[in-house]
Design a protein around this ligand. Structure first.
Ligand SMILES: Cc1cc2nc3c(=O)[nH]c(=O)nc-3n(C[C@H](O)[C@H](O)[C@H](O)COP(=O)(O)O)c2cc1C
Length: 218
């Protein structure tokens, strides 16, 4: 590991935005899970940097931001299970999904867990930005997964894209035109899932569309 560099590669977090499931405690001690992008920036050594930063931007409307502001800590659960992404975005995961690692609730089915301390560094109208410092890292070694190749599946990626748009619908779509645009985009991704996804992807998009249909009525 280079000096000043964080060692998150082994846990699957590399430069850029890694979509993970962030788990936190509510003030009432209930575990909460939500898909969140962890932003990993490497300052070029030639530009005099050689240091890494990890940040997260949390929308003020989320339960996660309330929890992180209170506890100043969060766990990043690394997984490529699209069903977990959709369920954590639109449903409350029950206790059977969680374990505790370094004092934080974590998802039993994740492939790696990183507990971060979180310091708020910026506040805008819509979100808080936190700088993250890794505290503990654990990686699951699954014999059947070790080094196993995995082909790109458009359906899997489409579930994640549709979930991002569906969770933004209430947060940033301000007028009917934008909402209509998001509905069209979700329809577009749902068609890709139907064509290219497997059973898990189809179950996930089904949950997403049902939750979306219910929210539009409220
Ligand atoms: C792949 C993906 C990435 C997301 N990234 C973020 C993010 O970086 N920050 C954020 O505040 N919300 C993000 N969201 C939206 C939250 O997951 C969504 O608002 C969620 O409902 C918040 O749940 P909570 O209220 O339990 O915290 C993302 C959603 C998806 C599907």
């Amino acid at each position: 590991m280079k000096k000043g560099r964080l060692n998150l590669d082994e846990a699957g977090i590399v430069e850029g935005i890694s979509e993970v499931i962030v788990t936190t405690w509510t003030a009432a001690g209930i575990p909460n899970a939500a898909p969140i992008g962890i932003i990993y920036t490497i300052i070029d050594e030639e530009a005099g940097g050689g240091k890494d930063f990890v940040n997260v931007k949390l929308y003020k409307s989320s339960q996660t931001v309330l929890n992180v502001l209170k506890t100043r800590t969060l766990a990043a659960n690394v997984t490529n299970d699209v069903l977990l992404f959709v369920k954590s975005a639109f449903e409350h995961l029950n206790g059977a999904h969680f374990s505790v690692f370094d004092g934080l609730p974590v998802l039993l089915d994740a492939d790696a867990w990183i507990v971060f301390t979180a310091v708020p560094v910026e506040e805008t109208r819509n979100y808080f930005c936190f700088q993250l410092q890794p505290r503990t890292v654990r990686v699951r070694v699954r014999a059947e997964q070790k080094g196993a190749p995995r082909a790109i599946n458009r359906g899997r990626n489409a579930v994640i894209e549709a979930t991002i748009f569906a969770t933004r619908y209430d947060i940033i779509a301000v007028d009917e035109r934008e909402k209509e645009e998001i509905r069209k985009i979700i329809g577009y991704y749902a068609a890709i899932v139907k064509k290219c996804g497997g059973r898990r992807e189809n179950e996930a998009i089904g949950i997403l569309q049902e939750s979306f249909r219910v929210r539009r009525k409220n």
